[in-house]
Design a binder for this molecule. Structure first.
Ligand SMILES: Nc1ncnc2c1ncn2[C@@H]1O[C@H](COP(=O)(O)OP(=O)(O)OP(=O)(O)O)[C@@H](O)[C@H]1O
Ligand SMILES: O=C(O)CCC(=O)C(=O)O
Ligand SMILES: [Fe+2]
Length: 628
């Protein structure tokens, strides 16, 4: 626990901290943000007495840190500090950097210090670099060694002062990941960073500082969506960036300031909790994934690896909490740590491009009309309607592969049957593998969604998704002029998805936009992630706790094709969709007035197949006439 009580600091006449009174509770994650020069670094540096204060008190774990009886060296050696510059000893190897202080200040034997250092280097993913000299390491690796070095003293509190701001962008993620996992493992941390995606994911509470004063304290949700302090929105460049959509309009010139903002360290994070037992934590994820700050604070990136691997209840709950926040906020989130192999994704992408590169006549060999009731096959540019208008995309409809003699196919069940696989070598196998891998991810995410609603993990599996309805599409949004006589505006017009959960892979071009209360925000591509959004049925089941959020895709004018791969993870066709019992009622769940289709999903009763058919037949009216 850290307490600031009426803390004042002057640099000569400059009043750098003005009457700061703040408590960071044990276990709480606190973000402090504010413009450059607002006093964030000063604040953090006062915690270990790197900066003296002229008035007030600072207590760490109940002890006044300016108490005369305090042994400053002992006090400081219990606080790890990671600076913007890595400050490794250049003449010592990574390992020696980590063993020095424990041997000399703590009296550890060389052997014990070495063992400890090796395990910490392993923890930050650098065991294989133990003997490397700092100048042979990348900036990100050096910073990770600096973190390991600080941890070697087993500090009950870690301070980070802009630990990523002197790193090349591609190295920021690896450092943030280590920090995030430290926070999750229960380490006490105070951190200054301007990585908003990280801040949003890790923080419980956000403090806003300006001119040395603490102006706002709020949960991230309130901070971004319901700011109290009237001056907050006037910090336009920062606030517009933090809260995209809501304050973007009407703030003249904020765009011009975005670059400045990128240079200005704007955020501090404090994570305070108890030091866990030594050796209790491992970092599994560092070696396999990268952390990218969310392109928009509104759309978080959630590492879901805990749902995929056997994980502790605590780790599962952390993921569930993130999912709940995302679903409550906008119903859109990115997932990393998803376990779907990159080579498979790359193969799918490359083979799909081969298919779309064929002449349209060739592609029409697999046209949808040949797919019959299974609703599979190719549709050409302009062949699918959203809200009655043609979308500017072409695509291939796919789904769970069922042989002709499968009982459901025999019974003529719509949307069940064989796929029409184009005869590109390997494409069939790749699509089947991809659908299998992403379906497995869908099951994992539904467990997370169940936990996020305080339901048993298998809640959805038991009722709806033991045998989920899987529809999969491969879309191409080409850069192509729209003929004058065609009423085309969007790549895909505004809509919500029908089912439970959509898991979307998109390439690097971008164009997907999400409707938030404050306006449309871009779901910018983040390599190595999927975008998930919840569908109408989850809104229906949760009585409006989770909303199926409208989204659209702008027309692609990039000069390149844009490929996207949505997989719809939906209830079994025959599953009777029912509200989840025991959830508190949402006051007015009917949001039909603000929906593009004016529909009230809460009025729906019946089996999922009915809902789906009704929707799909609007999208492909001609097909409906042909096959039904
Ligand atoms: N050693 C110092 N002597 C005089 N003024 C200082 C000193 N350190 C900081 N300041 C001033 O105090 C104010 C607060 O600085 P601080 O570094 O805490 O801000 P910050 O919020 O971390 O912002 P940033 O790091 O983006 O500049 C700034 O105006 C800064 O110029
Ligand atoms: O292509 C995309 O990015 C989104 C597609 C989509 O929203 C959909 O198919 O439902
Ligand atoms: Fe969609």
């Amino acid at each position: 626990m850290i307490e600031f009580e009426n803390v004042n600091k002057w640099y000569d006449k400059y009043h750098a901290l003005v009457d700061v009174t703040e408590t960071v509770a044990r276990g709480e994650v606190v973000v402090v943000c504010g413009p450059s020069g607002s006093g964030k670094s000063t604040l953090i540096r006062t915690i270990n007495r790197l900066e003296p204060i002229q008035a007030g008190h600072i207590r760490v774990n109940g002890q006044d840190i300016h108490d005369k009886s305090i042994d400053l060296n002992a006090f400081r050696s219990g606080i790890g500090f990671v600076f913007q510059q890595f400050n490794l000893f250049p003449h010592l190897s990574a390992l020696e950097n980590c063993t020095l202080a424990p041997m000399h200040l703590r009296g550890l034997s060389a052997k014990a210090a070495r063992e400890k250092a090796l395990s910490l280097l392993d923890r930050v993913g650098l065991a294989h670099k133990a003997d490397a000299m700092p100048d042979a390491l990348s900036g990100g690796q050096q910073q990770r060694v600096a973190i390991a070095r600080a941890l070697a003293m087993e500090p009950p509190l870690m301070l980070f002062d802009e630990p990523t701001s002197s790193l090349d962008p591609e190295m920021v993620g690896e450092v943030l990941l280590v920090m995030r996992d430290l926070a999750r493992d229960g380490m006490t941390m105070v951190c200054v960073t301007h990585e908003m995606g990280f801040a949003r994911e890790v923080a419980d509470r956000i403090l806003f500082m300006d001119a040395g004063k603490m102006l706002e304290r709020a949960t991230p949700d309130d901070f971004f969506n319901r700011p109290q302090h009237p001056r907050l929105p006037s910090f336009s460049p920062i606030y517009a960036r933090l809260s995209p959509g809501r304050y973007n309009s009407g703030l003249p010139g904020h765009d011009d300031n975005w670059n400045n903002l990128a240079l200005a360290p704007a955020v501090a994070i404090a994570v305070v909790c108890e030091l866990p037992g030594a050796g209790s934590s491992t970092i599994h994820s560092i070696k396999t994934m990268t952390y990218t700050s969310a392109p928009h604070a509104a759309l978080p990136i959630i590492d879901v690896s805990a749902l995929i691997t056997d994980s502790s209840p605590k780790a599962l709950q952390t993921v569930a909490d993130h999912i709940r926040n995302a679903c409550r906020a906008h119903g859109f989130f990115y997932v990393s740590g998803h376990g779907v192999q990159m080579p498979l994704i790359q193969r799918l992408d490359a083979l799909s491009r081969q298919f779309f590169a064929l002449d349209v006549q060739e592609k029409m060999r697999w046209r949808m009309a040949l797919g019959g009731r299974a609703w599979r096959g190719y549709f050409p540019l302009g062949g699918e309607l959203t809200s009655g208008r043609p979308d500017w995309k072409e695509g291939l409809y796919l789904g769970t592969e069922l042989a002709d003699d499968h009982p459901l196919v025999q019974a003529g069940t719509p949307v069940h049957g064989r796929n029409l696989f184009p005869d590109i070598p390997d494409l069939r196998q790749t699509i089947l593998q991809y659908m299998e891998a992403v379906t497995a991810l869908g099951h994992a995410l539904m467990r997370g969604i169940a936990l996020s609603l305080a339901l048993p993990a298998d809640y959805f599996a038991r009722r709806y998704t033991a045998d989920p309805l899987i529809l999969f599409r491969i879309f191409n949004y080409p850069t192509q002029e729209v003929p004058k006589d065609m009423d085309v505006q969007w790549g895909v017009g505004e809509h919500t998805d029908y089912g439970l959960l959509t898991i979307l892979l998109q390439d690097q071009i971008g164009g997907l936009q999400v409707k938030t209360p404050g306006g449309w925000v871009d779901a910018t591509p983040v390599p190595g992630t999927f975008i998930c959004n919840i569908g109408d049925m989850l809104e229906r089941m949760t009585g409006g706790w989770y909303r199926s959020t409208a989204h659209r895709v702008i027309r692609n004018t990039s000069g390149h094709d844009r490929l996207s791969f949505p997989l719809f993870f939906d209830p079994n066709y025959f599953a009777q969709v029912q509200p989840i019992e025991g959830l508190p009622a949402v006051p007015d769940p009917d949001d039909s007035a603000s929906r593009w289709d004016k529909a009230n999903v809460h009025a729906f009763n019946g089996i999922y197949g009915d809902y789906l058919l009704n929707k799909v037949s609007r999208v492909f009216p001609q097909l409906r006439q042909e096959v039904l």
